[in-house]
Design a binder for this molecule. Sequence first.
Ligand SMILES: Nc1ncnc2c1ncn2[C@@H]1O[C@H](COP(=O)(O)OP(=O)(O)OP(=O)(O)O)[C@@H](O)[C@H]1O
Length: 257
Amino acid sequence: MTAPLLRTEALNCYFAGLRAVADLSFEVRPGEIKAVIGPNGAGKSTLFNMIAGVTRPAAGRIFFDGIRIDAMPTFRRARLGIARTFQNLQIFRDMTVLENVITGRHMQGRAGVIGALLHVPSLRAENRAMADVAMELLARFELDDKADVLAGDLSFGQMKVLELARALASEPRLLLLDEPAAGLPQAEAVHIGKIISTLNRDGMTVLLVEHNMRMVMSLSHDILVLNNGMRIAEGDADSVRRHPDVLAAYLGGTEHA
Ligand SMILES: Nc1ncnc2c1ncn2[C@@H]1O[C@H](COP(=O)(O)OP(=O)(O)OP(=O)(O)O)[C@@H](O)[C@H]1O
């Protein structure tokens, strides 16, 4: 069997005594779309933040491609090939769409974001190459005609796509998507879903935290269900949908789409 791209071992995280994630071990295999679902407060964001490097686990280990990463700063995880999007969009609204993608691209380059923004002369050639790649990405997401528009002037749906494009600009091997459909009408959620599906068909491994059940059920190869920080089920859409503990956890919840 192929080695997992991402693996956690007995992860724990506490907030003021509350156990937000409890002894959680799970894997993401290369090439799969894995979703993490669960009712509000289940621990999804906490898990996501531990993988991205925002929150330190109290105990447990995280491995990316066999390398232990749980104590690594975020930028080193990014350099290893982990990119993320944010639940609350974190695009630069006063920069153009193209510049936003280039900031993602600079995770890869020698220049760094500051160098890019200062237009250091020796870095111009590198910047031009990055701009070309960024334009290709925008074309792929049908945002190339908006390259010179300020990101803040995009529609909300386009901003979500832009954030995805920026994350991809670093050429990651693992894409962490934090509620990519949040706040979108169903038609635009379907559009984002198609983009994710195409990326995955082209080989991208995806870890998805999402409340939109239609998206989760249609996209995911494997679904991890959390409740109170613990795994209550894991498997494909059909098995998870029918699992009695999953039904019980969601009873009275609002997440069913
Ligand atoms: N920074 C924090 N300080 C204190 N408690 C926190 C903090 N972050 C999360 N928690 C608590 O940890 C538990 C897990 O929260 P988490 O945000 O990970 O759940 P979630 O599954 O992402 O929920 P949602 O679907 O509402 O985003 C919750 O009880 C939450 O209140």
